[in-house]
Design a protein around this ligand. Structure first.
Ligand SMILES: [Zn+2]
Length: 434
């Protein structure tokens, strides 16, 4: 870990990304930047992305005040590789670990950098704290993170800041606090409870379960609908915390000049392709994610439907700050689109385990050891009709392009780096370690 840290610090020094060399910490001039990661939120959980339950009025309002990217793609279907890819703006399998992280570049240019996260696979121990003046993590969701962020804002020194807020509030178990669970699906009379969703879904995925529970997995269609309703209720609870965050920023007079990006690292499956949770495929339910960008110069440009990538977030925030992207970045800034330029479809790669996919709109190729799948996403957004045999020359061409865009290694949740007992316990609680 230590050698990685030193290598990363050296890399950012070499990157020399600031257009104007800062004369000291906090001496930079530029906007405050806020990156909000809503872990495990699939795009269609938000009202602004078509959820008919209208559960996210505050996120939807935030989306209306900026730009909603309705076709944003995550580069991996689980927390660690997806966030790492985003912070480094590198396709997950192509990252060497030496590329500078977003916070490193901003700190090097004079921004104060702070993060409040849910830890686990986004633990500072796994390299995510690099570049942050202050990195705090705990298993408390936004109820824990937002007051700490507010206290940090109260005490901060002059100069622009980059803040990263992350929460597992929507993550399994789908057991949101009252009144959210009761408000949705109040007529349900079945046996599935919020607390039970964790052992239930892990058993359905054939993952080990530590806690005592009934062991029932005979879900009816009604039970399945209730599981999804419980997840949606968690997203609704999360939305109420986003409202708290925005209100606090407004009350401080910070909101109007702030550049905000709200994203998710991956979605969540609810039997879309016969399974549940995440980390196992690269189908759209796991890689199509929300992306909302709000900035003072770009308000009101509405919904943009071109394919964009989480890779583009770091170059976009740097561009908004007046800084160059790093030479290692594979994403490109969305600022032109934010300011009203025509958007375009960008080729978007996703990876998970040995599955890799390329979206070259409207086509999506998925390559796995067992074979290839080809879908026309505009006509078949649910990826039901595999056209790989029917359109073999196209599948082969896209396969070559995919091969050029990724490295051959499998992309996994954990990379085998040394972990403390505390981190191992947290990863067990989240369900990633036995
Ligand atoms: Zn995640």
């Amino acid at each position: 870990m230590r050698s990685l840290w030193i290598a990363a610090c050296a890399a950012v020094t070499l990157a020399g990304c600031a257009k104007e060399a800062p004369s000291g910490r906090g001496a930079a001039e530029g906007p405050n930047l806020l990156l909000v990661s809503l872990d495990t939120v699939r795009a269609d959980a938000l009202g602004t992305f078509g959820n008919p339950r209208a559960l996210t009025p505050h996120l939807d309002r935030l989306a209306r005040s900026g730009v909603t990217f309705s076709n944003a793609i995550a580069q991996a279907a689980s927390t660690l590789p997806s966030h790492r890819s985003m912070f480094r703006s590198r396709v997950a399998s192509r990252s060497t670990g030496d590329e500078p992280m977003l916070a490193e570049i901003l700190r090097g240019a004079g921004w104060h950098t702070v993060a409040f996260t849910g830890g686990g696979n986004l633990s500072g121990e796994l390299g995510f704290a690099v570049g942050f003046d202050q990195w705090e993590e705990a298993d408390g969701g936004f109820d824990w993170a937002l007051p700490r962020f507010a206290a940090w804002l109260d005490a901060r020194e002059p100069g622009p800041f980059f803040a990263f807020l992350h929460t597992y509030d929507a993550h399994l178990p789908y057991d949101p606090p009252p009144p959210w669970a009761q408000r949705l699906d109040p007529d349900y009379q079945g046996w599935v409870t919020g607390a039970e969703t964790r052992p239930l879904c892990r058993t359905l995925r054939e993952l080990p379960v530590e806690e005592e529970w009934s062991g029932r997995t005979d879900l009816s269609a009604r039970d399945r609908a209730h599981v999804r309703a419980l997840y949606d209720a968690g997203v609704a609870a999360l939305d109420s915390n986003v409202a708290r965050l925005v209100r606090d920023l407004e009350s401080r007079g910070l909101f109007d000049d702030l550049v905000i990006a709200v994203m998710s690292d991956h979605g969540e499956e609810f039997w879309d392709h016969g399974s549940v949770i995440h980390s196992h495929t690269v189908y759209q339910e796991l890689v199509h994610v929300p992306l909302i960008v709000v900035s003072p110069e770009d308000r009101g440009h509405g919904v943009r439907g071109g394919v964009v990538r989480n890779l583009d977030i770091a170059p976009t925030l740097l561009d908004a700050a007046g800084l160059d992207a790093a030479p290692s970045h594979e994403g490109t800034s969305l600022r032109g689109v934010l300011r009203g330029a025509a958007d375009r479809n960008r080729p978007a790669v996703s990876e998970m385990r040995q599955a890799k996919s390329l979206i070259d709109w409207p086509w999506k190729l998925i390559a796995r050891r067992e074979g290839g799948e080809l879908y026309h996403l505009a006509d078949d957004p649910g990826e039901r009709r595999n056209l790989a045999r029917e359109l073999e020359p196209l599948a082969v061409r896209l396969g070559v392009a995919l091969g050029d865009a990724v490295a051959s290694g499998d992309v996994r949740e954990l990379s085998g780096e040394d972990m403390s007992p505390e981190l191992i316990e947290r990863l067990k609680a989240l369900g990633y370690l036995e």
